[in-house]
Design a protein around this ligand. Structure first.
Ligand code: ADP
Ligand code: MG
Length: 697
């Protein structure tokens, strides 16, 4: 039975049971769902005469003789066996495995798999610690596609006996495989036919002990599909339920295309096609009788602000309130300025609400919102934290959503479930976004406004540092400004601040004594940060030395130089964000990447330089994100804790076609039956999943 505890199903000791439990494996079902990490292909048998040193060989042999002895050193037991086939003989040696002498017998026919080493003393090849088993109708450890599990070395690391080896796992799992038949099939038959999915129980059997590549591939496909499909189904089901409870006929804002024409005409330039499309999608969505949850993704400088201005204008003209939340005060102020300009022609004056305002000022804004006198408020989290009441909020725009947690989203729901538009400059390829943000709709600005000059990007070696400084000084003399970014120190933000502060002093005193430098870091009080930023925006400082805090949004058109220290410590996507701080004006801009030291990264030096070089080559954030994803995986690229990237075991984020199919399948199931009453098995599975994610957040 699947629910049988392993203590009853396999013969083992409490030590092993404990190790299994540490992996979350307690029942037969858990064990069967512990899938291999990889396989070694041992299908080809070779003959003794063909053995090559260092290569894995699988041999069918007879045991010619056997010898067990204690070595010189204490506890050193050595077992040797002479193995032979028609083409010759070879010696096998096992250390520390006394049981072997008990299991092996002279004249036994076995299959062994192992690597041959050259033994200098004996002047011939020896197989060291090979795996062996009797010849059977189906081999488990040799002469097949052999499953390899994540081996574990949990509690006592020093003892080699503390391991749960792949061999041990195979030994115990193989006899349990017949239990896989008890798994209930949870995918509807029609769906399995449409997407060519083998039955679940068959997939479980084949993924552990595949007959060949084809069966393995089918099994992996089925299990990967399941994983994505259930995520998608859960997300879309959650969204359907949310829409049901928040059904709000009156907040449906009919799309006013005439107003949009006037809006477009009020702008100093035509909208890009991507912007038009996004505005169309957003307005159409806001016209629905349920709250929008949409993500607007666009590279730095792709013009997201105008798109959200269009949405905000629509809400206000329909008589509603709208708010925009930014992650930092600096950004809130910048949004405030931009939006004030854009909305001016419509006689709408936004109001700012940030933490550094006086209590009285905040109180006034709060009152104005409650009484419905203020239509547009722009601010930081403070808007939420200080329990501001809105009288009729219909649209909340949230900038850089990955910095906003689930809790903030919940807080917004408390304001009467407004339409929500998340903005992000983090380019997440569409397929990945579907996996991560399955319950949101997606609008992508994949086109830049015309006339942008790409930022000229160089990876600069240490030798050229002095030259670079000289060049920067000359550019500043011509009236430009520069950012110098100090590296991210993940272990400690104190060290990070220290590095930036010391860098700042060195640059100011030794390198640029005649220029004015500003400093910006995360530990500065908000007011000081604002002043530092402000001084730079107003060109009172020439160079802004900063930690990663300038990452998002800030707009300084006169800044044309971005210099990044310890560049390899950042991901490509993040470097691209920094680079986006320059190139906002009409002048040619430059980005210089300084790697900190040749060995600063786990990647080899060459790999690191090559990774940085891709920034010189590509200027699309989406392209760079794809490269970064392949090199480092989504957890590294987007940060696991903040972005809610699920821990996929079988599926790959890069497998676009499986993701697409799984999404399509989830949508068609919910279209057929939004309550999943016809699919109790599926419903149970996604509710299970929901509990898991709820616990995690
Ligand atoms: P994002 O927030 O996506 O990084 P912004 O909204 O700040 O980008 O826009 C970047 C710059 O491009 C702004 O100066 C804006 O005025 C300008 N801009 C936006 N849309 C267009 C367009 N269609 N044509 C020309 N310039 C544009
Ligand atoms: Mg922006």
């Amino acid at each position: 039975m699947l629910a049988t505890p392993l203590s009853k199903a396999i013969k083992t000791t409490s030590v092993y049971l404990k190790r299994l439990k540490e992996l979350g494996i307690e029942t037969v079902e858990d064990f069967l769902k512990y899938f291999p990490a990889k396989y070694t292909d041992q299908r080809e048998l070779c003959q003794i005469k063909d053995i090559q040193v260092g290569e894995l060989s699988t041999l069918r042999v007879n045991v010619l003789s056997l010898n067990a002895k204690q070595g010189f050193r204490r506890h050193m037991s050595i077992t040797t066996a002479l193995l032979g086939d028609e083409t010759g003989s070879i010696e096998a040696v096992w250390f520390h495995q006394t049981y072997i002498a008990r299991v092996l017998q002279k004249n036994m026919r076995i299959i062994v798999a192992g690597k041959a080493k050259w033994n200098e003393k004996k002047g011939r090849m020896v197989l060291q610690n090979p795996i062996f088993e009797m010849e059977k109708s189906e081999q488990v450890h040799t002469a097949r596609l052999v499953p390899v599990y994540h081996e574990t070395e949990l509690s006592d690391k020093k003892k080699t006996s503390g391991r749960l080896s792949s061999k041990w796992i195979r030994d115990k799992l193989f006899p349990l495989m017949s239990h896989a038949d008890h798994f209930q099939e949870f995918l509807p038959e029609t769906m399995r036919t449409t997407y060519k999915l083998i039955p679940y129980s068959e997939a479980v059997r084949s993924v552990h002990f595949p007959k060949n590549e084809k069966t393995l591939e089918l099994a992996q496909h089925r299990l990967a599909f399941d994983e994505i499909f259930l995520l998608q189904l859960a997300a879309l089901y959650r969204r359907a339920q949310y829409r049901k409870i928040t059904r709000q006929q009156e907040k449906a804002i009919p799309a006013d295309w005439e107003l949009m024409k006037t809006f477009t005409r009020s702008l100093p330039w035509p909208l890009t096609n991507a912007q038009k499309k996004a505005i169309y999608e957003i307005l159409t969505d806001m016209a629905q009788p349920y709250p929008m949850t949409r993500l607007l993704e666009g590279d730095v400088g792709s013009g997201k602000t105008v798109v959200c201005a269009a949405a905000m204008l629509s809400a206000v003209k329909a008589g509603w309130q709208t708010c925009l939340l930014a992650p930092t005060e600096i950004l809130a102020r910048q949004h405030f300025q931009t939006l004030s300009k854009i909305l001016k022609s419509f006689e709408i004056q936004p109001v700012l609400l940030v933490g550094s305002m006086t209590e009285k000022e905040k109180q006034e804004v709060s009152e104005g919102l409650k009484q419905g006198k203020i239509a547009v408020v722009i601010g930081t989290h403070a808007i939420l934290q200080e329990r501001v009441g809105f009288s009729k909020l219909a649209l909340a725009v949230i900038d850089e959503q990955h910095r906003f947690g689930v809790r903030q989203r919940e807080a917004l729901r408390a304001f009467g479930s407004p339409h929500i538009l998340h903005l992000t400059a983090t380019p997440i390829p569409r397929t990945l976004a579907l996996v991560i943000y399955g319950d949101q709709d997606l609008s992508i600005l994949d086109e830049m406004p015309p006339g942008r000059k790409p930022v000229e990007t160089h990876v600069v070696s240490e030798k050229k540092r002095a030259e670079a400084y000289k060049w920067i000084a000359a550019e500043i003399k011509k009236g430009r400004q520069a950012f110098i970014i100090f590296p991210l120190i993940e272990e400690s933000d104190v060290l990070e601040v220290k590095a930036a502060t010391q860098g700042f002093e060195r640059l100011q005193n030794d390198i640029f004594p005649n220029l004015k430098l500003g400093l910006l870091h995360g530990r500065m009080p908000t007011e000081e940060k604002r002043q530092a930023m402000d001084a730079f925006v107003k060109a009172k400082t020439h160079i802004l030395v900063s930690t990663a805090v300038v990452e998002v949004g800030v707009d300084v058109p006169n800044a044309t130089i971005m210099m990044i220290e310890g560049a390899e410590r950042f991901g490509l996507a993040q470097l691209h964000q920094f680079r986006g701080r320059v190139g906002r004006g009409s002048d040619q801009s430059y980005c210089f990447l300084f790697p900190s030291s040749p060995k600063a990264n786990f990647l080899s030096n060459g790999g690191m330089i090559q990774r940085l070089q891709s920034l010189a080559k590509y200027h699309s954030g989406f392209k760079l994100a794809e490269i970064d994803l392949k090199l480092r995986g989504p957890g590294q690229v987007y940060g696991t804790s903040q972005s809610g990237i699920p821990d996929l075991k079988m599926a790959l984020f890069t497998d676009a076609s499986t993701i697409q199919q799984a999404r399509e399948a989830a949508i068609s199931i919910l279209n057929d039956d939004s309550e999943l009453l016809k699919y109790p098995g599926l419903k149970e599975k996604i509710l299970e999943q929901q509990n898991v994610t709820a616990d995690a957040s």
